[in-house]
Write a protein that binds this ligand. Structure first.
Ligand code: AMP
Ligand code: GLY
Length: 420
């Protein structure tokens, strides 16, 4: 089979790496990819948002299966486009991807199908939004309706911060024209990703992301500074509750709305004292969760993706490696703010020789035969171990062998899991 993976981050390197293990796969292309994907796939210089060229390429190369990493092409309708031309592609339709593309769509869906989530209201007029924020009281959460590359959510600790946040929504352009104001939820977060063909739902191994840039969850939000799997907070009892109260009604709700959901559904939950509540939905694999989930997947990913597309996921059983995995993200100096690119990365070859260590590239590129930085999140260093402690040690052992100017990372990835 010829496979096309769309995207250029750590998640896409992990997808290419896992797909390359399938005996059914003869060739993988990654558009546009990074210096890591080029080790297992052929990079193609087409941007993830350039739907017409992606389609042309898929036809020319007789691609048998396309796997979409990021949300933007999904929200732009890549699945509908490819399917209309008879091409097999993994991911939700444009209508179904609204679950991530519009926070208001997601909140209204949850309200209609009684899926637990924070109390909210949506607004187009900033002064109405401010009145509602005042009614809810601080802390309060302000969200841009549309896609904002993970930056559209502001937790306002005070009412004046909330007012500022509401005013700042216009900086997101079209995405910030509508605003959600919602209740602040307290608890511990977890990510539940599942494969679903619209009928059957199979949760993946659980994971937990680390969104803040600094240790102890301090500093601004990022795209994710690390993750671990499994997340001990997701006990079998909690997962059962999430299935029953969240996953099943979401998938049934989408079907009732005439938008059957196929692909990966990612549910970000807050485990509150009143049970799990939905923070957000994503219409795709999480990044960096995927980097520690896929190394634990024993089943052939091609079989899972094909049976999802063909609506026969009920025939598949998925096996997991019981060993925990930890992914530490190495970021560019200044990230999540401005940073410099093109800095030489040292120590990669030695670090990748370590047993039970996998290094996924994110913002990297090849320049004159050397691997250099090309983004904010540069590498995801994954360690596997018999216990979470061992996985943490493995991962940081590899981290210490790698260096580039300005490199920074959190030193506490996975620590929360040790407390349980
Ligand atoms: P989202 O993109 O909606 O997941 O929001 C990004 C992050 O903001 C989440 O991972 C949470 O840490 C936080 N967040 C979002 N909504 C809430 C809420 N209602 N209460 C508390 N924290 C929230
Ligand atoms: N890890 C958060 C995300 O993928 O959106």
């Amino acid at each position: 089979m010829n496979i096309l993976v769309i995207g250029s981050g750590g998640r896409e390197h992990a997808l290419c790496w896992k797909l390359a293990q399938s005996p059914k796969v003869s060739k993988i292309f990654c558009a546009p990819g990074n210096a890591g994907t080029s080790q297992v796939a052929e990079n193609v210089d087409i941007k993830a948002e350039d739907l017409p060229h992606l389609l042309k390429f898929a036809k020319e190369k007789s691609i048998d299966l396309t796997v979409v990493g990021p949300e933007v092409p999904l929200v732009l309708g890549i699945v509908d486009l490819f399917e209309s031309q008879g091409l097999k592609i993994f991911g939700p339709s444009q209508a179904a991807a609204q679950i991530e593309g519009s926070k208001i769509f997601a909140k209204e869906l949850m309200k209609k199908y009684k899926i637990p989530t924070a109390a909210f209201a949506s607004f187009t007029d900033p002064s109405d939004a401010k009145k509602f924020a005042k009614k809810l009281g601080a802390p309060v959460v302000i969200k841009a309706d549309g896609l904002a590359a993970g930056k559209g959510v502001i937790i306002a600790e005070t009412l004046s911060a909330a007012e500022q946040a509401i005013d700042s929504m216009k900086d997101f352009g079209e995405a910030g024209k509508k605003i959600v104001v919602e209740e602040y939820l307290e608890g511990e977060e977890a990510s539940i990703l599942c494969f679903t063909d619209g009928k059957t739902i199979i949760p993946m191994a659980s994971a937990q992301d680390h969104k803040r840039v600094n240790d102890n969850d301090e500093g601004p939000n990022t795209g994710g500074m690390g993750a671990y799997s499994p997340a001990p907070i997701v006990t079998p009892e909690l997962l059962e509750k999430v299935q029953h109260e969240i996953l099943v009604p979401t998938i049934k709700g989408m079907e009732s709305e005439g938008m059957p959901y196929k692909g990966v559904l990612y549910v970000g939950i807050m485990v509150t004292k009143n049970g799990p509540k939905v923070l957000e939905y994503n219409a795709r694999f999480g990044d960096p969760e995927t980097q520690c989930i896929l190394p634990r997947l024993k089943t052939d990913l091609v079989d899972i993706l094909r049976s999802t597309i063909d609506v026969r996921l009920s025939t598949i059983s998925i096996e997991w490696d019981p060993r925990p995995a930890v992914c530490v993200v190495l970021a560019s100096g200044g990230y999540p703010g401005a940073y410099t690119k093109g800095i030489k990365i040292k120590g990669l070859n030695d670090a990748r020789q370590l047993d039970d260590v996998i290094i996924f590239h994110a913002g990297t590129a090849e320049k004159e035969g050397q691997i250099v930085t090309a983004g904010g999140r540069v590498l995801g260093v994954v360690g596997l171990g018999e216990t979470i402690r061992h996985a943490i040690d493995r991962s940081y052992m590899a981290v210490k062998m790698i260096d580039f100017e300005g490199m920074h990372y959190r030193t506490d990835i996975g620590r929360k899991a040790l407390k349980r």
